[in-house]
Ligand binder design. Structure first.
Ligand SMILES: Nc1ncnc2c1ncn2[C@@H]1O[C@H](COP(=O)(O)OP(=O)(O)OP(=O)(O)O)[C@@H](O)[C@H]1O
Ligand SMILES: [Mg+2]
Length: 271
């Protein structure tokens, strides 16, 4: 299913994507075109294949079918070329607790380093910019093991930014964060998208966040993309019922004019 533009104008283009893991097909024949410079949200129930899709988009898992980044098959890119094309913020990526924040962010530069030098010319500047942009400059010398969950998530994002990719993938970037830090990360992602023209693909569970922060939504169930489109159309009460089998109220926050999605429990006695 195509959404938000055709293949010719897509930064991420997927045709007939199937992924098999542990002897079972997890993704079944996905077609997808994701337009450059937009924030795309991947939504769907636990186990439907969102993380597997992210892995397929960055070439981290063997696939059938085609995954193109900027028109180029990701499977044929060298790891350095791939590292310039796409960066990933994984949900639970762990770094050694003794690694310094600045060094961790510097690892994001691997795709820009060459055989003769471990520090590329723009590397220091890119690391400093990434630290500054994520508010981590004061923590640059701290060890990862001493950081809070929210600070660690900002380090993961900073490392991805230092990589200077065209496409940024994020798998549930707000998990384990309190609501203020969730908004902080999502605002930051949105700002980076605007400033750098980054194409963002992020897996989200919170439907209100998806409605507010994404330009396009990709709705998945059972290893298939069921619908794509602007959140105002894709995240309807009917679609949420179909995808998650829950009732939901979809409305507008009168104070901000922003969309709100409020799921309702179906249990007897619940509102
Ligand atoms: N390495 C693997 N071997 C076998 N099965 C796997 C493997 N990785 C994932 N799966 C299975 O593939 C399915 C999709 O997993 P995936 O992690 O992509 O789901 P998800 O949509 O990201 O779920 P969640 O919302 O819980 O993160 C699940 O049934 C999972 O058990
Ligand atoms: Mg997942």
């Amino acid at each position: 299913m195509s959404g938000a533009g055709g293949a010719a104008s897509a930064d991420v283009s997927v045709r007939g994507l199937a992924v098999e893991l542990g002897g079972r097909e997890i993704l079944h024949g996905i077609d997808l075109d994701l337009r450059p410079g937009l924030v795309h949200g991947v939504i769907g129930p636990n186990g439907c294949g969102k993380t597997t899709l992210v892995r397929a988009l960055c070439g981290a898992v063997p696939v059938r079918g085609r995954v193109l980044l900027g028109g180029e098959p990701v499977a044929r890119m060298s790891s350095r070329r791939r590292g310039r094309a796409v960066a990933v913020v994984w949900q639970n990526a762990q770094a050694g607790p003794d690694v310094r924040v600045a060094d961790m962010v510097g690892y994001g530069r691997y795709a820009h380093q060459n055989w003769f030098s471990t520090r590329d010319a723009g590397g220091r500047a890119a690391v400093d910019t990434a630290l500054g942009r994520t508010g981590l400059t004061p923590l640059a010398d701290r060890r990862i093991g001493t950081l809070s969950g929210g600070e660690r998530q900002r380090v993961r994002l900073a490392a991805a930014l230092a990589q200077e990719p065209r496409v940024l993938l994020l798998d549930e970037p707000t998990t384990h964060l309190d609501i203020a830090h969730q908004l902080e990360i999502l605002d930051l992602v949105r700002e980076l998208n605007a400033e750098r023209g980054l194409t963002v693909v992020m897996v989200l569970h919170d439907l209100t966040h998806a409605a507010r922060y994404c330009d396009n939504t990709v709705l998945m169930t059972d290893g298939r993309v069921r619908a794509t489109g602007a959140p105002s159309e894709a995240l309807s009460t009917e679609a949420i019922e179909r995808i998650f089998e829950v009732d939901a109220w979809v409305g507008t926050d009168p104070a901000s004019g922003q969309p709100v999605v409020a799921p309702r429990s179906r249990r007897a006695g619940s509102a």
